[in-house]
Design a binder for this molecule. Structure first.
Ligand SMILES: NC(=O)c1ccc[n+]([C@@H]2O[C@H](COP(=O)([O-])OP(=O)(O)OC[C@H]3O[C@@H](n4cnc5c(N)ncnc54)[C@H](OP(=O)(O)O)[C@@H]3O)[C@@H](O)[C@H]2O)c1
Length: 237
């Protein structure tokens, strides 16, 4: 479970612990992931914590090595860590492009590649190994001033579709989740225009993921889009 220290990731981690899953949780900042582990401990399942910068490709292997050593099985993989850097393309630094590509998109690919053997074992056992990949509504429609973020999130949608086709035969399901604005620190920049209390709750995202845990092997949900209704009741970002 990546990006588990905050926001959507912490809500999904809490839901998974409630559902009885032992968890490896990871995020970049040691103090934040330690605080999250302390919070999750109340559910009584085992919590293995690893601080890692997932924009660094080698760190993905280190997280999975720690997971293997502690649990040596993987039924649910949640690729949630991400960040959004705003700015017009004419002023966008290469460093900020690379950072978003590495974290938001490449780390998802690396987690699949490096955990495939464990996912295949779970898939062979119960035909319901599950990978959740966090995209965004910006992964469905490009957003001005969020162009690189939008590109990475479109990439996550396409990669998830490819993984669903490539790995379904191994009993591995892939679902991409595309929320509108969720009340987390990542959406702070929007809170003057859209009050936090009118945003989607992190727990809404977690509940949508919970439903996937209980599906039969014959049912796959390839994509979840979460939006808020506007004043006319029409779906809106
Ligand atoms: N909030 C929204 O409106 C919204 C909408 C659509 C999609 N999303 C997506 O939802 C996901 C979670 O975002 P959030 O809204 O919950 O934001 P958040 O509260 O800021 O959480 C982001 C998480 O990602 C981790 N992270 C950031 N950089 C990292 C790095 N280099 N290496 C490892 N972990 C890193 C953070 O770790 P630390 O806390 O340790 O730094 C944190 O756990 C992201 O993929 C985001 O794109 C968010």
């Amino acid at each position: 479970m990546t990006g588990a220290s905050s926001g959507i990731g912490l809500a999904i981690a809490a839901m998974l612990a409630e559902e009885g899953h032992d968890l490896t949780i990871t995020s970049r900042t040691p103090a934040k992931i330690e605080a999250a582990a302390a919070q999750l401990a109340e559910h009584g399942t085992a919590i293995n914590l690893v601080a890692a910068d997932l924009a660094d490709a080698d760190e993905v292997g280190r997280v999975l090595a720690a997971h293997r050593e502690r649990f040596d099985r993987l039924d649910v993989l949640v690729n949630n860590a991400g960040l959004g850097i705003r700015g017009p393309i004419g002023e966008f630094s290469t460093k900020h492009m690379d950072l978003q590509l590495a974290l938001n998109l490449r780390s998802v690919m690396l987690f699949y590649r490096e955990s495939l053997d464990l996912l295949r074992v779970a898939g062979a056992e119960h035909r319901g190994a599950l990978v959740i990949n966090m995209s965004s509504v910006a992964g469905k429609q490009g957003e001005a001033d969020l162009s690189v973020y939008s590109a990475t999130k479109h990439g996550v949608v396409g990669f998830t579709q490819a993984m669903q086709r490539e790995l379904a035969g191994d009993g591995i399901k892939s679902c991409v989740v595309c929320p509108g604005f969720v009340d987390t620190p990542l959406a702070d920049y929007m809170k003057e225009r859209l009050p936090a209390e009118e945003m989607i709750r992190p727990e809404d995202v977690a509940e949508s993921v919970r439903s996937l845990l209980h599906l039969s092997p014959h049912c796959v949900v390839p994509e979840i889009v979460l939006m808020k209704p506007n004043a006319e009741g029409v779906l809106a970002v």
